[in-house]
Design a protein around this ligand. Structure first.
Ligand SMILES: O=C[C@H](O)[C@H](O)[C@H](O)COP(=O)(O)O
Length: 225
């Protein structure tokens, strides 16, 4: 993959923020993968951390790397969470959920004192929305919920996998909203959240503390805290 070098560099840099004794949220996706792999190497060399996984896939990866895992409900807070994103704007607002893990990712990031976002340079945008916004909805009468989302001019399309509805780790559906331009991300998030049937949106508003971006050669750190 063309962006793998950038994802690796950003992921490895993000992993350096983790210190001994921390409880760390472990993100989901191809960029978070590199951060988790770097943490696994540090754990093999004696780093003492405990992780909370944001998806079943990440749980499997962390177990393979012998990173001790906790359940989110068993910890009062997390010191830090590391995760990728699908888009990051200049204010640090995010679209996440391209991999379908947005609900657990948001729960984990909300519990963290510091949320480190890791992206390759192609994810940096002036305005959110070119990437279709994932919205997690309950399967019951999902078309009704999708219609309410469509009424907000969000152009939802049910996510499919192998010709069947994509099912999240929480047993829900995802609709990907082809907004093209999201002028007011916080307002749109609020409007969507008010719809019965919507579980969570992929808009992560005012959550990122730091964004680590790489183009494969250099790494840039932006502080949003
Ligand atoms: O649900 C998936 C997550 O929000 C990912 O963090 C996001 O889609 C970015 O994934 P990737 O690093 O694979 O582009």
């Amino acid at each position: 993959m063309a962006n793998d070098a950038a994802k690796k560099l950003a992921g490895e840099h993000a992993a350096t923020y983790v210190e001994d004794g921390m409880m760390v949220g472990l993100g989901t996706g191809s960029t978070a993968f590199f951060a988790i792999q770097a943490l696994g190497e540090r754990v093999a060399n004696g780093l003492n951390i405990q992780g909370v996984a944001t998806s079943k896939d990440t749980e499997v990866l962390a177990q393979k790397l012998h990173i001790p895992l906790l359940a989110l409900e068993d910890v009062p807070y997390l010191d830090m969470a590391l995760d990728g994103a699908d888009e990051v704007d200049e204010q640090g607002q995010l679209i996440k959920g391209g991999g379908g893990a947005l609900l657990r990712e948001k729960l984990v990031a909300s519990a963290a004192k510091k949320f480190i976002v890791i992206v390759d340079a192609s994810k940096e945008v002036k305005q959110l929305g070119a990437f279709p916004l994932p919205v997690e909805i309950v399967p019951f009468a999902w078309e009704k919920t999708a219609q309410k989302i469509a009424d907000l001019d969000c152009h939802p399309v049910q996510r499919q996998r192998a010709g069947k509805p994509f099912i999240t780790d929480n047993g829900n559906y995802i609709v990907d909203c082809h907004c093209e331009k999201i002028e007011h991300p916080a307002e749109l998030h609020q409007q969507l959240k008010l719809l019965t049937g919507v579980v969570e949106t992929g808009l992560f508003i005012d959550m990122a503390s730091v964004c680590v971006t790489s183009d494969g050669q250099t790494t840039r750190v932006r502080d949003f805290a």
